[in-house]
Design a protein around this ligand. Structure first.
Ligand SMILES: Cc1cc2nc3c(=O)[nH]c(=O)nc-3n(C[C@H](O)[C@H](O)[C@H](O)COP(=O)(O)OP(=O)(O)OC[C@H]3O[C@@H](n4cnc5c(N)ncnc54)[C@H](O)[C@@H]3O)c2cc1C
Length: 362
């Protein structure tokens, strides 16, 4: 099926199958809705396109996943940030887990039977991820994990975690595991964001026993896994997010009734720019090319466009951010995180300067 046929078929199916969320906008309800949407799309086959047959997919290239997420976001069926986590964690499992483990686990994620989380950041290791100190020590056929993660999105809803640990000094001493979140010794403490939801959590590991066959790759492959994973946070996820941002631009135009406003025009231009850039990234991903540091350009453009859009809402809808408790306020506040999650704006600019432009070290 080509992209146009796929899009038409998905649209027709979504027109006939009402997956719109109910009136409850709480975060718990959003996570439940995410599971409902994934399950329905998986059972109808749509969620399986663009994924390899070895993990329950129906084949086809990644552009099909981009299109499906775009339709989901455009219709406001699921919150795009949490919907897109699949685009980060499933490719990592496909590349690094034992084939039998990936074949068993990835369909559970695609079908919405489970949520998974990404345990990378620590209190002392965010931008400087390679300094992480959560330790894994081998004990026969097992590894014993001790340490703490922070800002772990959806940890309190998750059945599994892609976890980075330290097994030896340096970049080559980082090792990744796929950990069951119900293992004894794991404590999850939700953290409230400034837009008022418990989206992420602190996660504590106290003598957590992980079987050796849950290692992703080999001992010391964790840094490479992280470098492969992070560009996925800036590819298909962004295509979905941009679709969602365009819906908010349309809403803003309707609510202000001033489509010719200069600020709206600039917000449109910023969104169109990141969409054009992201289109090229989608094409490269679909062609099977590896993604790398060039996706940092996508991240800078996305964060800039998102914040510019909600700044425009603040300027054109006086008081709607500061004085009301509605969706504009929530989304404005969340847009501030765009220059932090998935690597901060400063770190992205460092990567662009050093690795793309060859401007030397910091
Ligand atoms: C909404 C959200 C969801 C998240 N979800 C997850 C998740 O699921 N899993 C996960 O592991 N993490 C997650 N994170 C964490 C995120 O990856 C980190 O917050 C981010 O990498 C920055 O790390 P830090 O918070 O420790 O800040 P720091 O690294 O302490 O940075 C603080 C400030 O210093 C600047 N800075 C640091 N180093 C440099 C440098 N070398 N040059 C210039 N400036 C520098 C930074 O840009 C920043 O402004 C999430 C964060 C957010 C906001």
């Amino acid at each position: 099926m080509n992209v146009t046929e796929f899009r038409d078929a998905v649209r027709a199916w979504l027109d006939e199958n009402d997956l719109r969320p109910g009136p409850d906008h709480s975060f718990d309800a959003q996570v439940e809705q995410l599971g409902r949407v994934r399950r329905a799309l998986y059972d109808a086959g749509w969620m399986r396109y663009g994924w390899p047959e070895a993990v329950g997919g129906l084949g086809g290239d990644a552009m099909l996943r981009a299109v499906l997420g775009e339709e989901v976001a455009t219709r406001d069926l699921a919150e795009p940030g949490i919907y897109s986590m699949i685009e980060v964690l499933a490719p990592t499992m496909i590349s690094y887990a034992r084939p039998e483990l990936a074949a068993e686990m990835v369909p559970k994620l695609l079908r919405g039977e489970e949520q998974w989380c990404q345990g990378f950041s620590e209190p002392g290791s965010g931008s400087d991820l390679a300094s992480l100190s959560t330790r894994a020590v081998q004990r026969g056929d097992e590894w014993v994990v001790n340490g703490q993660k922070v800002w772990t999105s959806l940890a309190q809803f998750s059945s599994r975690c892609v976890l980075l640990t330290r097994t030896a000094p340096g970049h080559g001493g980082i090792t990744a595991f796929f950990v069951d979140m119900d293992t004894p010794g794991i404590t999850v403490r939700p953290l409230r964001t400034m837009h008022g939801v418990d989206e992420f959590a602190e996660v504590y590991f106290d003598d957590v026993v992980v079987p050796a066959d849950r290692m992703l790759g080999n001992p010391g492959d964790g840094w490479k896994l992280a470098m492969d994973l992070l560009p996925h946070e800036r590819s298909t996820c962004f295509w979905h997010r941009i679709a969602y941002l365009f819906t908010r631009l349309d809403r803003l135009v309707q609510e202000t009734d001033s489509a010719s406003d200069d600020e709206l025009g600039a917000a449109y231009l910023a969104l169109h720019t990141v969409r054009s850039r992201s289109y090229e990234t989608q094409q490269r991903l679909a062609s099977g090319a590896p993604l790398g540091p060039e996706t940092s350009v996508d991240k800078v453009l996305l964060a800039t466009a998102e914040q510019q859009l909600f700044d425009t809402a603040r300027d054109l809808l006086p008081g709607v951010i500061e004085l009301s408790d509605g969706e504009w306020r929530t989304e404005f506040l969340y847009s501030r995180a765009a220059t932090i999650y998935g690597g901060t704006a400063e770190i992205q600019r460092n990567i662009i300067a050093r690795r793309l432009l060859g401007l030397g070290t910091e």
